[in-house]
Write a protein that binds this ligand. Structure first.
Ligand code: AMP
Length: 547
């Protein structure tokens, strides 16, 4: 009997009826049955075949199922970073019928603690390199937590230190054969993802299985993904675009390839050495590669699909990419986390597209199937075709809202006058197309910005700085401009000069990309005629000051 049929037998006995059930994990299982020996994931230089990933994920799932008292909330946190354990943790959570909550050890510990606590998850998968930060997470945990450590053989020390919690090392994980198929409702949580929140703490976007499946079904067909594809994983799991790489690959038996830290910054050799066929990144990566002169004509002939999402995509970078990847289709995807990964797209056409672009930025294009939009003015009434306004969207990818926060949910998910459906307010300023044209992204209506593709609420940075600097007059601005967003953030404070402690304290609460590069202390900050701090005037003072 070959290994493939062994796996088939095992899957059949564990997952009776899974063929009828459509869920995020059912696609993976089908691929594992068809391609047990093909690579499913490459991370930290290690390759896991579909069979190996199935085995580890099932053991994690079976362990979660063994302790149902630890899943009063159907969520499993995955505190693992770009490792095979991270992927197995995500899949294990889903196989157990839970959604996953990605946690990131490159974030400050306090922020990760807040996310873990707010998620109310009491099951946790941890990889070897995230282990040093585990105590921070457990210190704040009031209830018993099931901690799974697939990279550790001996958990005795942890057990002695934290008798309240339950530790399971590699040897203690349940056998994969004891995994039982979990019923997955279309509204079951797929993942809970925390994004920057304007009032000072991250907010959790609750995304359902049906939201991701709607996206996924469209994507795998559109790009005709097969088992021969090799997809990049340029996004951390705390960025929802990472879900595309994993689930699109696993749905069709393809391989998801994680770059090393060095390759992340300079991905040229990663694309070549990993023999990637599908690329997905923020535009900043293409901008950067172009600046470094890496986008040489014909350099990436194996790429057949190149996708960009997360921030404005400059036309000049797209054009350079098209030359470097001459056999690839190139698309600009747009979407907030609240509308599940991406919800509009635009295929670049070398003849037509430059004339459809505005201000050197590619259009965001057309809605995904089933997604509908309105472009509205401040009173939420539709603007005329060709007019500018805020983009509202609804449809099968509209998420469930903010986790345990009905107030914020009702502010962002609204029924506009004259409509009967709920729409999500994206906060993005767009041009309403004239007949048949693409949507054009023009900027934001609020103080959310993108820093190298990361979503940043300037209000969150201001709240953290205000807490520690002793002044209420604090303004954060994006600086410097780049062709796709901002390179960083700077902060202005009304008050006396302070030392480095302020920076250190702020750094302990915010991820690195949100930490202000410079603090400017002023006797008085500019105000507008209403006496409000004038963000525009303040940010203007940085012009011509680009060091
Ligand atoms: P996030 O929730 O982190 O995915 O950030 C969503 C926000 O990123 C959107 O509301 C937009 O402001 C911005 N964004 C995403 N994709 C694009 C794009 N292709 N062009 C311009 N802005 C984008």
């Amino acid at each position: 009997m070959d290994k493939g049929s062994l796996l088939n037998d095992r899957v059949r006995s564990n997952a009776v009826g899974f063929e009828e059930q459509r869920s995020l994990w059912s696609g993976f299982i089908r691929s594992a049955q068809r391609f047990p020996q093909r690579p499913a994931v490459v991370a930290e230089g290690k390759v896991l075949t579909y069979e190996e990933l199935y085995e580890l994920a099932c053991r994690i799932a079976a362990t979660i199922q063994r302790y149902p008292e630890c899943s009063p909330t159907p969520l499993t946190a995955v505190f693992a970073y770009r490792s095979t354990t991270a992927f197995a943790g995500v899949l294990g959570a889903l196989l157990a019928g839970n959604g996953y909550v990605p946690l990131n050890r490159t974030f400050p510990e306090g922020r990760t603690q807040v996310m873990f606590e707010r998620s109310e998850s009491r099951t946790l998968v941890v990889d070897a390199k995230s282990l040093p930060q585990l105590s921070g997470l457990l210190e704040g945990a009031r209830e018993r937590v099931l901690v799974m450590l697939p990279d550790m053989s001996d958990v005795a020390q942890l057990e002695a230190r934290w008798p309240k919690h339950l530790f399971v090392g590699a040897g203690g994980l349940q056998a994969s054969s004891s995994w039982r198929e979990a019923a997955v409702h279309p509204d079951s949580l797929a993942y809970l993802l925390f994004t920057s929140g304007s009032t000072g703490t991250p907010k959790g976007v609750a995304v359902a299985e049906r939201n991701v499946l709607s996206f996924l079904d469209y994507m795998v067909d559109r790009y005709e993904v097969t088992e021969n594809d090799r997809l990049s994983q340029m996004f951390d799991m705390t960025f929802d675009l990472s879900a595309f790489d994993m689930f699109v690959a696993w749905e069709r038996g393809a391989c998801v390839c994680c770059p090393s830290q060095k390759e992340l910054i300079k991905p040229d050799s990663f694309i070549k050495n990993s023999k990637l066929t599908m690329w997905f990144s923020v535009p900043s990566t293409a901008v950067f590669m172009k600046q470094l002169g890496l986008l040489k004509a014909g350099r990436y002939p194996e790429l057949r699909v190149s996708l960009f999402c997360g921030e404005p995509l400059p036309v000049s970078s797209i054009q350079a990419w098209c030359e470097a990847a001459p056999n690839s289709i190139v698309e600009n995807l747009y979407g907030p986390t609240e509308l599940t990964i991406a919800c509009t797209l635009y295929r670049w056409d070398s003849q037509r597209s430059a004339s459809e672009s505005e201000m050197g930025i590619a259009p965001i294009g057309y809605p995904y199937p089933g997604m509908t939009y309105l472009v509205v003015d401040e009173e939420l009434n539709e603007v005329v075709p060709g007019g500018e306004g805020e983009l509202l969207m609804n449809g099968p990818q509209m998420s469930l809202g903010y986790w345990r926060d009905t107030k914020k949910t009702s502010e962002a998910f609204i029924t506009p006058p004259g409509q009967t459906e709920v729409y999500y307010r994206t906060g993005d300023r767009v041009r309403r197309p004239r007949s048949g044209g693409p949507l054009i992204h023009l900027g934001r209506i609020d103080s959310q910005i993108k820093v190298l593709g990361h979503r940043v609420e300037l209000g969150e940075i201001e709240a953290v700085v205000r807490k520690h600097c002793g002044s209420d007059a604090v303004v954060a601005v994006g600086w410097p401009f780049t062709s796709s967003g901002y390179g960083g953030v700077e902060v202005f404070i009304e008050g006396r000069e302070q030392g480095n402690e302020l920076r250190d304290t702020v750094r302990s609460e915010l991820p690195e990309y949100m930490v202000p590069r410079r603090f400017h202390f002023k006797d008085r900050l500019a105000r507008n005629s209403n006496g409000k701090l004038d963000r525009k005037a303040i940010s203007k003072s940085l012009e011509g000051n680009n060091e």
